[in-house]
Design a protein around this ligand. Structure first.
Ligand SMILES: [Zn+2]
Length: 273
């Protein structure tokens, strides 16, 4: 019996040792990250560089002493539409995939920070919000592990709120600028899915919500203009309406504006304009 316990003990120690010595599957891509970041750091030091607008004025270059890094002004929330966090980490460390986000939040609430907040992620793609395009240049991307149809876990939302709190404070991001991928890419993207708790987020100060008590819709009210004021790209009405409903009227998958939607929009416009 004693021998058996001893043997089991040895196996257990062996397992711990193997785990401790197991190579980090991302050791190589972590090195690639550092290398790439170093290249950009070099670019920052050597300004003006060959492709900069200031090149033709190089001879008269005078570096100011007063500057800082550009800061993100939007937070864009996504669902991964993949089957596991592991799958997403693999995709985001595969150069040919050309996609990434600053944060990935797994079902158990684990947060993987994958990119310095001050660097540009590849998460938004072709997108527009108000008159802002190239949202990648001005935003933080947060991907939540979700196959696209399931609810989000409490652990994910709790972790998300911790990340959002830090981002809002660190970069002074306005309440209105916490948005979803579908909001900035109507007709192209539908994430995060309709289970996402936007109302709960707005109660904590991330994004606006509405209160339609006592809202009277006047006859001249134009719902599409209202969507445009909020930020939606209204090039195609039905796409804009679909994205709006995914965020604000989650139990309605139609692409038509109802009277109750008009009330919601009237109240929202006051907050966004
Ligand atoms: Zn997305």
């Amino acid at each position: 019996m004693k021998q058996k316990i001893f043997a089991t003990g040895l196996i257990a120690i062996g397992v711990v040792l193997v785990q401790a010595c197991a190579p980090n599957p991302y050791a190589k891509t972590n090195r690639d990250y550092k290398k790439q970041a170093k290249e950009y750091a070099k670019l920052l030091r050597e300004y003006p560089v060959l492709d900069s607008a200031g090149l033709q004025f190089r001879a008269s270059w005078v570096g100011t002493t007063n500057f800082s890094m550009r800061r993100p002004n939007y937070v864009v929330i996504h669902h991964t539409a993949q089957n596991s966090c592991e799958q997403t980490l693999k995709t985001f460390t595969l150069p040919r995939a050309q996609v990434s986000s600053h944060y990935v939040i797994c079902k158990d609430g684990t947060v993987h920070h994958m990119l310095n907040d001050l660097l540009r992620g590849h998460h938004a793609g072709v997108s527009k919000w108000g008159n802002a395009t190239d949202i990648n240049s001005s935003s933080i991307g947060i991907e939540i592990d979700n196959n696209g149809f399931e609810p989000f876990t409490d652990e994910q939302i709790n972790s998300l709120l911790i990340v959002l709190d830090r981002l809002k404070k660190a970069y002074n991001i306005p309440i209105a600028n916490f948005i979803g991928h579908a909001d900035i890419a109507p007709g192209r993207k539908v994430d995060p899915n309709r289970n996402f708790p936007w109302q709960k987020l707005s109660e904590q100060g991330y994004g606006y919500w509405y209160d339609t008590t006592n809202v009277q819709v006047d006859s001249a009210f134009n719902a599409m203009y209202a969507l445009r004021i909020i930020g939606y790209d209204i090039k195609k009405d039905t796409n804009a309406i679909q994205s709006f409903k995914l965020h604000f009227v989650q139990n309605d998958s139609s692409k038509v504006i109802t009277d109750s939607d008009k009330k919601i929009l009237m109240d929202l416009v006051k907050k966004y304009q």
